[in-house]
Design a protein around this ligand. Structure first.
Ligand code: NAD
Ligand code: TYD
Length: 349
């Protein structure tokens, strides 16, 4: 893989992946990071990479919904591999405004597949990043396997399911080499503070209320983002074309428990001035419509076939993540105030 197109590389997982690939992995090629820079895309996440890897890292501001532009980029940069992260990714936003999810997640993926199809002679791999949410919701027992039928419940997960089907169809119909990974909930550095963990960390640091949907008994399987990045690169290198791999953290927890865990760690690291407990800030709020009860991932295919398993425990991962948000207040302030968006407008207009 000499010229890898990474889409959505300025988002949370994409930025961690680009960093991992260039700084820590055995990847020796060039990364072309293509990102529209929506509210969730922040080029400041990779500012040091842009300077340190001038010969191996290129950033392009572009929209995957622009099919003509995608074809030009594939041609110009001689793209031979794709790692496709770009997506609208937040379930609550998809409930409020589903249209963008259909455009980016489905039409955008289709455009990339078309460009890859045109250049399939040099295409080594199209790796598609997806979610365990395509399988729907579990009861209190059981795990999602790669063979679990798709039953998405939110506009977000339905749009991701559609894109998964398109990727697989291009393999079956046109012989496009591809792999898909369906991963559980990620957490770690650079996550936009609309998702549960960074939202709770930042609100708790500021002594604000901590919104928990419904009764807080919904369960998610948490995975540290770097472990996900290692899984993706493992699949890209050693996975079998045409296959899907589940990726999970083996760290299931009820939402209320993870919120309490964050409160307790912060009380220890950074006690409130009145000596109170941050658990008192927890506020149960109206539930999300169609809220999936539980996700849990069986990733035995990935661990048996490709020898991957998560390295980071939930306890240490959460501690590291809290510390990262405490150490990076400037990043937090620029993201929360939207100041980075002003910077984007002046740099990339
Ligand atoms: P994110 O919202 O932080 O980042 C998405 C990135 O895509 C942003 O940089 C954004 O600017 C870019 N983007 C959005 N629309 C675009 C468009 N039309 N053209 C080009 N770029 C566009 O998302 P994330 O949490 O990093 O998730 C990345 C991928 O991983 C997504 O495909 C998501 O479905 C999947 N995923 C996420 C999780 C999770 O827990 N966050 C878990 C499993 C799978
Ligand atoms: P989220 O981080 O949005 O990820 P996803 O919906 O993709 O799982 O939410 C994780 C869980 O936390 C989910 O069950 C919804 C819940 N949640 C809250 O209770 N409060 C919040 O403020 C948010 C954003 C999420």
């Amino acid at each position: 893989m000499k010229n890898m197109l990474v889409t959505g590389g300025c988002g949370f997982i994409g930025a961690n992946f680009v960093r991992y690939l260039l700084e820590e992995s055995d990847f020796t090629g060039r990364i072309i990071n293509l990102d529209k820079l929506t509210y969730a895309g922040n080029p400041e996440n990779l500012a040091d990479i842009e300077t340190d890897y001038k010969d191996r890292y290129i950033f392009i501001k572009a929209d995957i919904c622009d099919g003509t532009r995608m074809a030009e980029i594939f041609e110009h940069y001689e793209i031979d591999s794709v790692c496709h992260f770009a997506a609208e990714s937040h379930v609550d936003r998809s409930i409020a405004k589903p249209g963008e999810f259909i455009q980016t997640n489905i039409v955008g993926t289709f455009n990339l597949l078309e460009s890859a199809r045109i250049h399939r002679n040099r295409m080594i791999l199209f790796h598609h990043i997806s979610t365990d949410e395509v399988y729907g919701s579990l009861g209190r027992e059981g795990h999602f396997k790669e063979t679990t039928p798709y039953k998405p419940n939110s506009p977000y997960s339905a749009s991701k399911a559609a894109s998964d089907h398109l990727v697989r169809a291009y393999y079956k119909t046109y012989g496009l080499p591809m792999t898909i990974s369906n991963c559980s909930n990620n957490y770690g550095p650079y996550q936009f503070p609309e998702k549960l963990i960074p939202l709770i960390i930042l609100n708790a640091l500021e002594g604000k209320s901590l919104p928990v949907y419904g009764d807080g008994r919904n369960v998610r399987d948490w995975l540290y983002v770097k472990d996900h990045c290692i899984a993706i690169w493992t699949i890209m290198k050693n996975g079998t074309s045409g296959e899907t791999y589940n990726v999970g953290g083996n760290s299931e927890l009820e939402n209320i428990k993870i919120v309490e865990m964050i409160c307790d760690i912060l009380d220890e690291k950074n006690p409130l001035s009145d000596g109170g407990s941050r658990r008192d800030l927890i506020t149960f709020v109206k539930d999300r419509p169609g809220h999936d009860l539980r996700y849990a991932v069986d990733f035995s295919k990935l661990s048996k076939n490709l020898n991957w398993r998560p390295k980071q425990s939930l306890e240490t991962g959460i501690r590291d993540t809290i510390q990262w948000y405490m150490d990076n207040r400037e990043w937090v302030e620029r993201v929360k105030s939207g100041e980075y968006q002003t910077w984007i407008k002046t740099h990339y207009s």
